[in-house]
Write a new protein. Structure first.
Length: 322
């Protein structure tokens, strides 16, 4: 089959509970069935970088049509959160990414999760890429964090490791907890469907949208769905850890109150027992130093300079070399 000079992008609207506008479904098909890739953006409504990435990918597909397979996408899943600048799906403060695979007889958010999950499963996808931002201005979490590919710790389809390395990002195994299990990626992996969460750093930085587009294009070209770029995107830190897998770790303190001063920067390669933050009390007296538990890379800090602390509140996120 000849590759067309241009590709028509199909639009469809799917009605879901608690959303009068419904979900926009984008679809680009080559005429050759496999592979099938899904892109999802905006599950957390204040993480808009993924929404931009999805639309940019489909603009590229109009000019550079698929050679084989199909790409489906829900560009913006959480309309309520997008309008209110919140990660929550409704006024009840339900986190949609903790409710998959959903429940057709549950709350509005659980019903929406069920409808989204069912729509994805029907297409029997080769891979699902769920796009997020690791820091947003509406809720200051990991300021200045680097982008990375996050995978479920209990993967049933081992092919996800190979696909994750094709992103050009550091590959991080998530923490083992109920939150990751109930996420879209975690629930899909429970069904044996490869799924990767892409954490793309600052929502409002254009460079991170570009990185997101490059990362998705890396996947499409690795599956021979599109032509590869002349210079394949590889994030700088990956060159130092080619083929490595990292474990996600949050570093915190049990000290009751005070401030933290950060020493290590996001993207910095660190060795075991290296100092990454210093804790001070409210009088400015030095209390202790937070050191790394193992060799790895700093993924993000809660702030760039100083931040108030609470017991067991995460201060530094890092990828620990397995």
């Amino acid at each position: 089959m000849k590759t067309p000079k241009s590709q028509k992008i199909k639009h469809k609207f799917i009605k879901i509970p608690a959303d009068s506008q419904g979900l926009t479904l984008l679809r680009a098909e080559s005429g050759i069935k496999d592979p099938t890739i899904w892109l999802t953006g905006g599950i957390h409504g204040d993480e808009v970088g993924g929404v931009e990435v999805v639309y940019e990918i489909f603009k590229k597909l109009e000019k550079s049509p698929l050679k084989r397979g199909a790409v489906f996408a829900f560009p913006l899943i959480n309309q309520y959160g997008f309008k209110t600048g919140s990660k929550f799906f409704s006024a009840k403060k339900e986190n949609l990414n903790c409710l998959f695979p959903g429940n057709p007889r549950g709350t509005a958010a659980e019903k929406a999760a069920d409808k989204i999950f069912t729509a994805i499963l029907k297409t029997k996808p080769t891979l699902v890429l769920d796009l997020h931002n690791d820091w947003t201005r509406s809720r200051p979490t990991w300021r200045g964090s680097i982008p990375y590919a996050l995978i479920d710790p209990k993967i049933k389809n081992r092919n996800v490791y190979k696909l994750a390395h094709q992103t050009g990002l550091l590959v991080i195994e998530d923490e083992k907890n109920e939150v990751s299990k109930k996420s879209l990626s975690g629930s899909l992996n429970e069904k044996g469907i490869p799924a990767i969460t892409l954490e793309l750093s600052d929502t409002h930085q254009e460079k991170n949208v570009k990185i997101g587009v490059d990362v998705v294009w890396n996947i499409l070209s690795s599956l021979e769905m599109t032509n590869a770029k002349k210079n394949k995107f590889i994030y700088p830190e990956l060159k130092k850890f080619k083929g490595k897998i990292f474990k996600y770790r949050n570093l915190s303190t049990n000290y009751k109150t005070g401030t933290a001063k950060f020493i290590a920067k996001p993207g910095q390669v660190v060795k075991k027992n290296e100092a990454v933050a210093q804790i001070y009390n409210t009088s400015g007296k030095f209390i202790k130093t937070i050191n790394t538990p193992a060799n790895g890379v700093i993924l993000g800090n809660y702030d760039l300079t100083f931040t108030a602390i609470r017991p067991r509140k995460p201060l530094v996120a890092m990828g620990v070399v397995k």
